[in-house]
Design a protein around this ligand. Structure first.
Ligand code: 26W
Length: 803
């Protein structure tokens, strides 16, 4: 949009004064930020309204992305940037003697998700808007986001994240679109005068769902989509339906906290309430829209696509059935046809412990009508499948099994499309995790490799690199990422390489300053910055990284002149509060950091930095400064990974197992420009099947492993209780579930290869350039185009302006 600096200054002064009744010169940073945020939101409001009206007027097909998690990150900068106002705003503030960066740091980063799945949802929102597609998010407005992580004596401590204590300038509560969600009570069917079977309810607990809408601003296309987050509130009492304070107490709980478990399912009643609450409110508001505009119900699948982001919102299937049958009076067959054509499902993990299975008794009591419908879906499924495929397949794929509702099965049966998030992951779904379903419905399965938005992760996070790309290949890559490959042409250009290296060094200096500020650790910006940032989980193998650091430390102690390139190992990771082993790994890394960072024999050769409270904002600081991207999960375990893509796009070289999207990264960048190590997925499957793995043998016969493992428990690492022992035990006595020791040697070798290459700065930077130039396929814009073409059948849509 067009705005002069002068107009901006005028608007800003007015905005501030109208909010606080004094001049901006007297404002606190927080107030100055609030005024700026609300002003930018004002600028957004016109395209936001026009976008909505265009969708309605043209009756375009819309996507609703149902997700229990969204991790949008701070929005001031990205909104101003996407609107095309960032430079104007910065200039204007400078003229007023204010710093944009300082104000933008005052924004809270909403941590409404755990990790990859939530961040992916937000990258998708950004791409949908930027591609001018009608794509809305539907989720929960948690009052408390993911806990704030603090280290006390090296241990993770979780603090509440009360992000709404401050004003959230981006959201608009939308009172006219509330709906009622019913829980519990008794339900029965009664034939009414017209001969319909009517669902009758008594003694239900009614919860008011209040939507809070947040604009999702497209990149310079005047397009603004909607992220709708629901909050549970107590309904105003009615004459015959009122509840006491005691009865309504549990209502407020529903949207209070985000479950902090990543890839770990626990059958907690409150979580099931959250899932149904979000699903029911979302589906009701979609159907209400169709009623308002008189869309024939059978046309629903032509007008809406509902996406189920992992199984968490899989209750969409029975909820849509319920509304179509009970409220819209369609027959079962008509309702099923619509539901099935409307819904699609993405799986994000193959970890068995992550697969949601709700106890039937719990479901029946909390959601009696929904359970009746699930039972009927299951009955019909069994009735159709049994004669065609026989007993084994039918019972293995049923929704109701051994007293539980299998949510993945419900999602697959109720969706016309099922996808994994990287090619290997999709293959594993088809050949292993969902293989019986693949036999029943091969046509439903497809792959959609994840992607990231370059706008947040390159344009905004790495302005130096962005400027260099603009200078060298023009600005087209910003709208059309495939243009990035043109950058390959510069791989031999000495000057470009020099500039690229200088930009990386600048970014590293900035991160080094930040490290000193928050951790008090001095690091050398010329060292290799080696980064592993992701949730802490045994399958991601932060402890393999840990063992290698320990190995290097012991080598240095044994031979202080050993020739290692200086290295800073950087970690960012939260552990689920109940995941003891992950927390023990954090503690050991922190204690090892203390040892290494303070040992004069070590000097610059080795530094270890474990950031507290890793999240989107911290990632934006770390990623542009990374040289090495650690993607070291046991092959077959990481569905895709997305930090691998962000790091690659910022010129880090990947150190990886052939897992998830790492395989595709290697394919695009070429085997010479990535460091691959470890077992492959087929080898992992084979080794598991053979049951011949013996970790103790490796401990006993491999001297490096022996030495490093002993150091975990012999007092080498200071300040440990039994955490070192616990890791030792898991690896040696419990036979190393994730083959850490098996991959150790090849990991160490790859790390040494990294050292050698880094000594040749020119060659290193050339490979870094090739990584940047090969990162376009991982743009979320491409991923979203594929979802849109293959699954959702939605198109880009030009927005019409008034006047
Ligand atoms: C029910 C508990 C629970 C909570 C979260 C189960 C599963 C999850 C998520 C599916 C975990 C998750 O975030 N998975 C990650 O999704 C990313 C986006 O597709 C992938 O890149 C990661 O590989 C995958 O671990």
């Amino acid at each position: 949009m067009e705005l002069t600096t002068k107009d901006f200054i005028k608007d800003y002064k007015n905005q501030f004064q109208s909010m606080y009744a004094y001049s901006y010169e007297e404002g606190s940073t927080e107030q100055l930020y609030n005024a700026l945020g609300l002003l930018v939101k004002n600028y957004i409001s016109t395209p936001w309204k026009e976008t909505r009206e265009t969708y309605i007027k043209n009756s375009v097909k819309q996507v609703f992305y149902f997700s229990m998690e969204f991790l949008p990150g701070r929005q001031l900068k990205s909104n101003a940037y996407n609107l095309g106002l960032l430079d104007t705003v910065k200039e204007g503030l400078t003229e007023l003697g204010l710093s944009f960066d300082e104000l933008s740091e005052a924004e809270v980063d909403p941590a409404l998700g755990n990790g990859g799945l939530g961040r992916l949802a937000s990258c998708f929102m950004d791409s949908l808007a930027s591609l001018s597609m009608a794509g809305n998010g539907n989720g929960i407005r948690y009052q408390y986001g993911l806990f704030r992580q603090k280290f006390v004596d090296g241990y993770q401590v979780e603090l509440p994240e009360n992000w709404l204590r401050y004003r959230n300038v981006w959201e608009t509560s939308n009172d006219k679109s509330t709906c009622m969600v019913r829980f519990g009570g008794n339900v029965w069917l009664e034939r009414n005068k017209q001969g319909y079977l009517e669902a009758k309810y008594e003694n239900t607990l009614n919860v008011l769902a209040v939507p809070y809408d947040t604009p999702m601003v497209g990149y310079r296309n005047d397009k603004v989509n909607n992220l709708r987050l629901w909050s549970a509130e107590i309904p105003v009492e009615e004459e015959n339906n009122y509840h006491t304070i005691e009865e309504t107490e549990p209502i407020k709980e529903i949207t209070q906290v985000l479950y902090p478990d990543d890839s770990n399912y626990e059958g907690r009643l409150l979580r099931l309430k959250q899932e149904y609450f979000m699903v029911s409110a979302g589906v009701q508001s979609i159907i209400r829209h169709f009623r308002k505009y008189n869309v024939p119900r059978k046309n629903i699948p032509d007008k809406v696509a509902i996406h189920i982001n992992d199984t968490h919102p899989a209750l969409v299937v029975p909820e849509l059935m319920r509304i179509l049958i009970d409220e819209e009076r369609l027959s079962w067959e008509q309702a099923w046809e619509i539901t099935f054509k409307t819904c699609s499902y993405t799986n994000h993990t193959i970890l068995r412990e992550a697969l949601e299975k709700w106890p039937i008794d719990m479901m029946k009591e909390l959601l009696p009508r929904i359970y009746m419908i699930i039972e009927e879906i299951n009955r019909r499924f069994v009735e159709n499948t049994l004669p065609l495929y026989g007993e084994r397949i039918t019972w293995q794929t049923a929704i109701l099994q051994n007293g539980v509702v299998n949510m993945a099965h419900m999602a697959v049966i109720g969706s016309h499309s099922v996808n994994g998030v990287a090619q290997l992951h999709t293959d594993i779904l088809m050949n292993d995790v969902l293989k019986d379903f693949f036999e029943l419905y091969p046509e439903r399965f497809n792959n959609k490799t994840n992607g990231i938005t370059q706008r947040r992760w390159v344009h905004l996070a790495n302005p130096g690199l962005t400027q260099l790309l603009d200078d060298k290949i023009g600005e087209d890559w910003k709208k059309n990422p495939s243009e990035l490959k043109v950058f390959k042409g510069q791989e031999k250009d000495k000057q470009t390489l020099k500039q690229l290296a200088a930009i990386k060094l600048e970014n590293k200096k900035r991160l080094a300053d930040h490290i000193e500020k928050v951790k008090g650790i001095k690091v050398n910006p010329n060292a290799i910055f080696d980064v592993q940032i992701k949730r802490l989980h045994a399958y991601k193998r932060q402890h393999l990284n840990l063992l290698h650091i320990l190995h290097r430390y012991l080598e240095i102690k044994q031979n202080p002149s050993v020739d290692y390139a200086p290295r800073v190992f950087i970690f960012g990771a939260k552990a689920a509060p109940s995941y003891l082993y992950a927390k023990q790994i954090i503690k050991v890394i922190n204690s090892l950091a203390e040892l290494v960072n303070n040992d004069p024999d070590v000097g610059d050769k080795l530094k270890v930095v474990f950031f507290e409270n890793y999240g989107v904002s911290l990632a934006e600081k770390i990623i542009p400064a990374a040289d090495v991207s650690e993607q070291i999960s046991l092959a077959s375990m990481e569905a895709s990974g997305t930090s691998n893509m962000k790091l690659m796009a910022n010129g880090a070289l990947t150190l990886a197992t052939l897992d998830g999207a790492n395989i595709e990264i290697r394919d695009f960048v070429g085997g010479d420009n990535i460091f691959v190590f470890g077992l492959t997925s087929p080898e992992v499957y084979e080794l598991k099947a053979a049951q011949t793995y013996n970790a103790r043998d490796l401990y006993e016969n491999n001297s490096n492993i022996h030495r490093a493992l002993n150091a975990l428990k012999d007092g080498t690492i200071p300040n440990l209780q039994d955490e070192g022992h616990a890791i030792f035990e898991s690896l040696v006595h419990f036979n190393d579930e994730y083959f850490v020791l098996k991959d150790f040697d090849s990991y160490v070798q790859a790390q040494e290869d990294i050292d050698s290459l880094y000594k040749d700065q020119n060659e290193w930077t050339r490979k870094s350039l090739l990584n940047i130039a090969s990162s376009a396929p991982f743009s979320a814009d491409y991923t979203i185009k594929k979802y849109a073409d293959d699954i959702w059948k939605v198109k880009s849509c030009a927005v019409e302006h008034e006047g």
